[in-house]
Design a protein around this ligand. Structure first.
Ligand code: ZN
Length: 462
């Protein structure tokens, strides 16, 4: 980084100058760079122009492709502790979950702290500046997982939307999860309310928001779905759940509730734009139209959907119907990584396969991972490089062997498989420089996480 003082000018603005390429996500030209002041973008500098804004510092981006920070809309951080677990390999969703629930039932505070920091670091180093997490495993040994996550996230620096998940329909009541990880509706609702009060920050600069997220139709009661929707409306927070992931879910809902999942969502008050769904694969045409009409967000999770052989999200049909589509890595027990740049490539490949090579481009995949995701999380101040938006940026180098011989720099980033950001900025603050976390020791984070994973799986084999 070259920092140059322009004499005689009092300003804290920085000009990120002369990028190799800059994708703004809109029609504005930032070919000669971006000016940042405080937490915001204050000017885009068109090709051949100089900034009009007085600036104090410069950052030479001539070796970098600049993107808006990537936004991950669906994860389960704790699953980084059970990556590639032998007991769960080569299974589809329901048997995969049944193999893992008993392990996750033993999660404790240390495991949550370590996995949250590891996942957030992994995401940040891949260019992801904002992420949602869906934590739904609460047990008697670990009732305050979200409080632990808030503390862990603060130290890493990405923006987070932490969703208070829940499971209330245990095996004894006809649900999928073991009874040891289900809670009562009253307990779930009072905890949800407490967390919103304690941590939800609705400002544009917000680094922490809370949303409510019953796990899925096969793990909560209809009453809890209804009451959660009412609470979300009352507190003006978002709603999230898994839906349309497998045909098994459709069969379960028909048997248990006498209706398909989208009809069920309508019945429990969830067909509105406060809602975003993970996966969204197994919908019929009429359901796609209903979801679009209600502006329901859908988070595409291509790697997870391929690993569990769940199917392909019909992203373009959903978008055409009016449903915004974002991108997520999903939990690291079904990916098994947390790398958002790799997920952009997976989305491009899978959606080309789904719709045809000319119908879905690398830019469509990038748009899904930025503006699309920002719409799902109701964060219009994120996901684009434009004046007034938050200064969340990811800068990538193309000096690795995998890029050698490239033609279009932006296309190369996605097609050749970029996976490591060189510089990352959140709200005008550098969090990653030269591929290294600035405020944390990644080796300590990995050591703590490795220890927690061993403790958790040791309990499994004991
Ligand atoms: Zn998930």
């Amino acid at each position: 980084m070259n920092t140059t003082l322009v004499r005689g000018i009092a300003s804290d603005a920085t000009w990120i100058k002369h990028p190799l390429a800059c994708w703004t996500g809109n029609s504005h030209d930032a070919g000669n760079g971006i000016v940042i002041r405080g937490s915001r973008i204050v000017e885009l500098v068109a090709r051949g122009q100089e900034p009009q804004t007085l600036y104090q510092h410069t950052f030479d981006a001539s070796g970098h492709v600049v993107l808006p920070g990537l936004i991950n809309c669906h994860h389960h951080f704790y699953q980084t502790l059970t990556r590639a677990l032998p007991a769960a390999l080569n299974k589809e969703l329901f048997p995969w979950l049944q193999a893992l629930y008993p392990v996750w039932a033993n999660l404790d505070d240390d495991a949550i702290f370590a996995s949250t920091q590891l996942a957030l670091s992994e995401l940040l180093l891949s260019g992801c500046t904002t992420t949602a997490d869906h934590h739904y495993v609460f047990s008697s040994i670990m009732p305050h997982a979200i409080d632990v996550q808030v503390a862990a996230a603060e130290a890493i620096g990405n923006r987070v939307t932490l969703t208070r998940g829940s499971m209330s329909l245990g095996q004894s009541a006809g649900g999928l999860p073991p009874d040891s990880v289900v809670e009562s509706d009253a307990q779930i609702l009072s905890e949800s309310e407490r967390l919103i009060r304690a941590y939800h920050d609705a400002t544009e600069e917000s680094r922490c928001q809370i949303a409510l997220a019953p796990c899925s139709p096969f793990s909560v009661t209809p009453d809890l779905m209804r009451e959660t929707a009412k609470l979300a409306q009352q507190k003006n927070v978002l709603l999230h759940t898994h839906l349309g992931e497998t045909e098994d879910e459709n069969t379960f809902c028909l048997k248990k509730f006498g209706q398909r999942p989208v009809d069920y969502l309508g019945d429990v008050g969830w067909l509105n734009d406060r809602v975003w769904l993970a996966h969204g694969i197994h919908f019929n045409d009429e359901e796609v139209q209903r979801l679009g009409h209600a502006c329901i967000g859908v988070c595409h999770c291509p790697s997870s959907n391929m690993l569990l052989a769940s199917g392909m999200c019909c992203t373009l049909d959903l978008q055409k119907a009016g449903a915004p589509v974002g991108l997520g890595v999903d939990g690291s027990a079904s990916n098994d990584g947390s790398n958002m740049m790799q997920e952009v490539r997976q989305a491009m490949l899978l959606q080309k396969l789904r719709y045809g090579a000319a119908q879905f481009s690398h830019l469509d995949a990038l748009a899904m991972a930025t503006q699309g995701s920002a719409r799902l999380l109701h964060r219009p101040e994120l996901g684009e490089i434009a004046v007034g938006k938050q200064a969340d940026l990811a800068l990538f180098c193309l000096d690795e062997p995998r890029f050698s011989g490239y033609g279009d720099a932006l296309a190369a980033l996605v097609l050749c498989g970029a996976h490591k950001a060189d510089y990352v900025m959140v709200g005008g603050e550098w969090k990653v420089k030269q591929g290294t976390l600035l405020e944390q020791d990644i080796h300590e984070i990995v050591a703590r996480h490795t220890h927690a994973a061993k403790q958790l799986t040791r309990r499994l084999t004991a």
